[in-house]
Design a protein around this ligand. Structure first.
Ligand code: PHB
Length: 384
């Protein structure tokens, strides 16, 4: 619907359909494009480029336009003011992105007030989607992946664990999820370490874990420099040599695997996506990514964004925005490069397979997260 000026005297609202009069639907993407976590913004944008290259920019007679804003790392004040700018100045119809839980939580009141559908590509604390009816999430939650990890550990004969997590929302979810599932089986959590988000030296934590002599350590840190340093420190402090098995989620993410080197071989994680997932859809996705951005590798951020953009296109096809778009998202199901997914109508979170993976070398010598077990159609176990 567009205001249409007639004879210079009155303004009528005339419904114009067809591409020639199409409205532009604007999507404001808030993510880190600078600083320690800049890789996330890069991954989001490149995956969006792939989706657009495969599907075009036109949906239901509308043209989709993406506006990217740099929030830096975990910074709720920055996220909030960028959201305000996007909503008021840029007049966006949708918000998207969000790596960090505090950043997503900070925009909840704004999107509720403005009725702006907001697709979370990553921020992974379960509670987020309860904070506004306008949130939909295409990433994962720590409850979703940590419970399968705990169950698998028990099945392997692991009986004692130390948890070590970043001390904020998703870390606490990971700790609670692992403990709940592991203790339900009869396992024992010997110690629960919470590490400051800003920590870069993990040696003291590794010594504390070693001292507790558990069968395994289960960790969560935000993917990027923290996971890289934590995993490196596990190797340097020779926890493996001490017989302490590494259990994780995103620590072996594809963008850090190469730098981790052979020391990563054998690390076991439970996660919703491996860049090496064997499907035609993933092959097409990773090939297009490499064609558009040579050398780029697909990781969790890539599928969070790729499916997030897919969801936005589906919402736009059904309704231009607001509550109608959210209703259209509920129950949607599609095939993703990660496997089959759907949006749970109650939690507005993505239901998906969780894969147990081990780092190994493929036939070309490249380090990959090789999937060896699939737990199908897992919802957000933190809210279910
Ligand atoms: C989060 O803040 O929710 C978060 C950030 C990075 C991750 C996972 C979760 O890798």
């Amino acid at each position: 619907m567009r205001p249409f000026k007639l004879l210079g005297t009155c303004v009528l609202s005339i419904s114009l359909s067809g591409a020639a009069y199409a409205d532009t639907i604007k999507v404001g993407v808030i993510a880190p494009f600078s600083g320690r976590f800049a890789i996330w913004g890069k991954q989001f944008k490149e995956a969006t480029d792939v989706y657009v290259a495969q599907n075009g920019t036109s949906v239901g007679g509308h043209t989709i336009e993406f506006i990217y804003k740099d929030s830096g790392g975990p910074n709720p004040d920055a996220a909030k003011s960028l959201a305000q700018e996007l909503l008021i100045k840029d007049q966006v119809d949708y918000l998207a992105g969000f790596v960090f839980t505090p950043n997503a939580l900070a925009v909840a009141p704004l999107i509720s007030k403005s009725k702006t559908p907001t697709v979370i590509y990553n921020a992974a604390t379960s509670i987020i989607t309860t904070k506004s009816d306008y949130f939909v999430r295409t990433g994962f939650t720590l409850w979703q992946v940590s419970v399968p990890m705990a169950n698998w550990a028990w099945d392997q004969g692991i009986r004692t664990v130390v948890t070590a997590v970043s001390d904020y929302g998703p870390g606490i979810d990971a700790e609670n999820a692992f403990r709940t599932a592991f203790e339900a089986k009869g396992g024992e959590v010997l110690d629960s370490t919470r590490m400051p988000l800003s920590t870069t030296d993990f040696a003291p934590f590794m010594q504390r874990i070693k001292g507790a002599r558990p069968d395994a350590v289960f960790g969560f840190l935000p993917a990027g420099p923290p996971t890289f340093a934590f995993t490196k420190s596990y190797n340097e402090n020779d926890l493996k040599g001490a017989g302490i098995v590494f259990l994780g989620t995103g620590e072996t993410d594809e963008t850090t695997l190469k730098a981790l080197g052979d020391g990563a071989i054998g690390l076991t994680t439970a996660y919703h996506y491996s860049g090496a997932h064997a499907s035609d859809m993933n092959a097409a996705f990773t090939a297009k990514l490499d064609e558009l951005h040579p050398g780029s590798v697909a990781n969790l951020a890539s599928v969070g964004a790729y499916d997030g953009v897919h969801l936005i296109y589906q919402m736009v096809a059904a309704s231009t925005g607001g509550a109608g778009a959210i209703e259209a998202a509920k129950g949607l199901a599609w095939e993703s490069p990660r496997g089959p997914v759907s949006i749970d109508p109650e939690t507005r979170h993505i239901t998906q397979n969780v894969y147990l993976r081990k780092v190994e070398k493929d036939a070309t010598g490249k380090l990959i997260n090789a999937e060896f077990q699939t737990i199908e159609a897992v919802p957000d176990l933190g809210l279910k």
